[in-house]
Design a protein around this ligand. Structure first.
Ligand SMILES: NC(=O)c1ccc[n+]([C@@H]2O[C@H](COP(=O)([O-])OP(=O)(O)OC[C@H]3O[C@@H](n4cnc5c(N)ncnc54)[C@H](OP(=O)(O)O)[C@@H]3O)[C@@H](O)[C@H]2O)c1
Length: 453
């Protein structure tokens, strides 16, 4: 089969048998063969066909077996480049749920880019994302393969949430800093699956490599942000929302920064493959209403004791994750070393159902640009917005990945021809936010107020 041969499937999910992959499949099936959906053919892929068959039964129940019969299973192993190439030649879009991405992701991206197939994943691993951009961007542009990492809880709520807050600063108002405060809520314990824990542990060991990528790549353009850079406080109390927060070393801030950097070079957003005039106008209007600001995320809670729990967990993973013996210990006893936060068997259905998240965006800035230009100007305006949604890993992440996929399939002509980009710059000006709101997430303006000096 050649690169230009017609593709059999709209979407293939690779790693559909995984804890997250099976939920992505279940979510995707809601839009399968539905008259208003662009999704007419799906297949699932992975290294273990019998596990994939069980997954298909799980995801399609209680539907009749005919539904299952129309979804083929394709054998593909990330250690076998031929199987990946053959897989990618059959589909327009590949959804990659195989992690840790540092270990398995690169051959998958490579096969997509070589065969001109589009690629979305749910990684939260910064080193992987930046390596992929460095190595595959140009080839992706040439081959017409659009590669977008982090289309899950990492980092779409942060990216779209930041853009939402930034667009509330109207007229002469300008933001200086937006801080995200993530709070996780549940009547039961909040538990993550081992796959996510393993990926986080591996990300710690990659810090040196990440620094090296950043040190050696060409300097990126920086957005112009009015006012002095904010002081970085590691622990902060936000009275208005009643939360304590401690800096979360997630990929969110880096991705928002990358989106703003691309925007500073393309003030009207990235041109689409075959844009309609209407799409160009809409994109221009959207991006000209986005105002850059410094951005960071804090994991937060009403209770300072919980904050100290998060700090302890961060120290355990940070210290043990930096040596190979420590990593072995962490991965052998995930439940003990994550203080019960991750389990080899993953969360139960009840635990998933009872969890939810809120991400508050507290923006500080100026009521007019001339005030921002004054020496040592203090922000005089605050805008608080919020993104909320169900459980992060296995409900929100599948919803986001599936909606990104549907936008990509239905609006491909208006998206960049190819290359490696952030979710924010690719999907920011599309109807992704609206779609997420229709599928269980919310974006709200909470308050806009003057700050007394
Ligand atoms: N962005 C977010 O917020 C978010 C949320 C959830 C998960 N994630 C990420 O998603 C990834 C998966 O997490 P998970 O909890 O679902 O992990 P998991 O349950 O361990 O699933 C891993 C999947 O990868 C497959 N796989 C492993 N090695 C493979 C190989 N050589 N070839 C082909 N397939 C292979 C597994 O197949 P078998 O079934 O055959 O073992 C399984 O389907 C992690 O990196 C995690 O961090 C991100």
């Amino acid at each position: 089969m050649s690169v230009s041969a017609p593709r059999i499937y709209d979407i293939v999910i690779l790693g559909a048998s995984g804890f997250t992959g099976k939920h992505v499949l279940k979510q995707l099936l809601k839009f399968f063969n539905n008259p208003s959906s662009p999704l007419n053919s799906i297949a699932i892929a992975g290294r273990n066909p019998s596990k994939l068959t069980q997954t298909l039964h799980w995801a399609t129940r209680p539907d009749p077996p005919s539904t299952t019969a129309s979804i083929p299973i394709i054998a593909a192993d990330t250690a076998d480049p031929h199987s990946l190439r053959s897989l990618c030649l059959q589909t327009r879009l590949l959804l990659n749920c195989v992690g840790p991405f540092r270990r398995h992701g690169e051959p998958v991206v490579s096969a997509c880019v070589e065969t001109g197939c589009d690629y979305l994943d749910i990684t939260g691993e910064p080193e992987f994302m930046e390596r992929v951009e460095e190595r595959y961007h140009e080839k992706g542009v040439k081959m017409g393969s659009l590669v977008v990492c982090a289309c899950g809880f990492d980092s779409v709520p942060a990216e779209l949430g930041f853009l939402f807050n930034s667009r509330q600063w109207v007229g002469n108002e300008v933001p200086n800093r937006v801080e995200g405060f993530l709070s996780v809520e549940s009547e039961k314990r909040v538990v993550g699956n081992f796959g996510t824990f393993e990926s986080a542990v591996i990300a710690v060991s990659d810090v040196k490599k990440l620094r090296e990528i950043r040190r050696t790549r060409p300097v990126r353009s920086r957005p112009v942000i009015p006012g002095p850079p904010p002081k970085g406080e590691i622990i902060e109390h936000q009275k208005k929302i009643g939360l304590w927060g401690v800096t979360l070393p997630s990929a969110d801030a880096t991705l928002v920064g990358r989106t703003l950097s691309i925007l500073s070079e393309n003030p009207h957003g990235l041109p689409g493959l075959n844009d309609s005039a209407d799409a160009v106008e809409k994109r221009k209007a959207f991006w000209s209403s986005v105002k850059p600001a410094h951005f960071g995320v804090k994991i937060s809670s009403k209770s300072l004791i919980t904050i100290f729990g998060y700090i302890t967990l961060g120290l355990i993973i940070g210290l043990l994750g930096s040596t190979s013996f420590g990593r072995k210990l962490l991965l052998k006893y995930p439940s003990i070393f994550s203080l019960g936060g991750f389990r080899k068997t993953g969360p139960s259905e009840e635990e998933v159902k009872s969890a939810s998240f809120k991400m508050w965006f507290v923006g500080h800035g100026y009521s007019n640009e001339s005030l921002a230009a004054e020496v040592n100007a203090k922000p005089d305006t605050e805008i608080v917005t919020r993104v909320m949604g169900p459980e992060m890993g296995y409900v929100t992440t599948p919803i986001i990945m599936v909606q990104c996929a549907l936008v990509l399939l239905s609006q491909r002509e208006n998206l960049p021809k190819g290359g490696v980009y952030t979710p924010g710059i690719v999907f920011g000006a599309t109807d992704l936010q609206h779609r997420l709101q229709q599928n269980g997430m919310s974006f709200d303006v909470i308050s806009k107020s003057s700050l007394s000096s």
